[in-house]
Design a protein around this ligand. Structure first.
Ligand SMILES: [Cu+2]
Length: 146
């Protein structure tokens, strides 16, 4: 039974863990390459002590926002589809990042420019709403380092 000490020490570690809080960080938005096209929004959600479900993302800086997921089809062509009800596991992390899950921001306000921050509101099934300030970057710019 060589595995027992490992299991026991894991259990001890788990019992001293700090309580985890549902939160989101690393939020940023990339402006579209052409005006009128949607912008992409990205962030990471960290689960609390209990799992939760991200229901919707919204922002006062755009007329509409949808959660999407990008995927490659068998021919290697990228496409995306709207997603809803994104599970956030307890103490886990869900990343919205280029090439995967993202938020499409439609009709971004004309004054939104690189270097600004715009609020993103994340609504969860458990009743919590998180607001994060997303750093806006230009169309060809990399993700900001935070
Ligand atoms: Cu999309």
């Amino acid at each position: 039974m060589r595995t027992w000490p490992g299991i026991i020490s894991l259990a001890v570690l788990a019992s001293c863990q700090q309580p985890a809080e549902l939160k989101a960080d690393g939020a940023w938005v990339r402006l579209p390459a052409a005006q009128g096209r949607p912008a992409g929004g990205y962030f990471t959600v960290h689960g609390g002590d209990k799992g939760d479900t991200l229901l919707a993302v919204s922002t006062p800086a755009a007329l509409g926002a949808e959660m999407h997921e990008s995927a490659k089809d068998h021919a290697g062509i990228m496409s995306m589809k709207p997603i809803r009800d994104v599970p956030v596991p307890a103490r886990g992390a869900v990343a919205f990042a280029p090439g995967g899950k993202h938020v499409m921001l439609f009709d971004l306000g004309p004054r939104v420019a690189a270097g600004q921050r715009i609020p993103l509101k994340l609504a969860f099934a458990g009743g919590k709403t998180l607001e994060v300030q997303a750093m806006v970057v230009g169309a060809g710019d990399p993700a900001p380092k935070e």
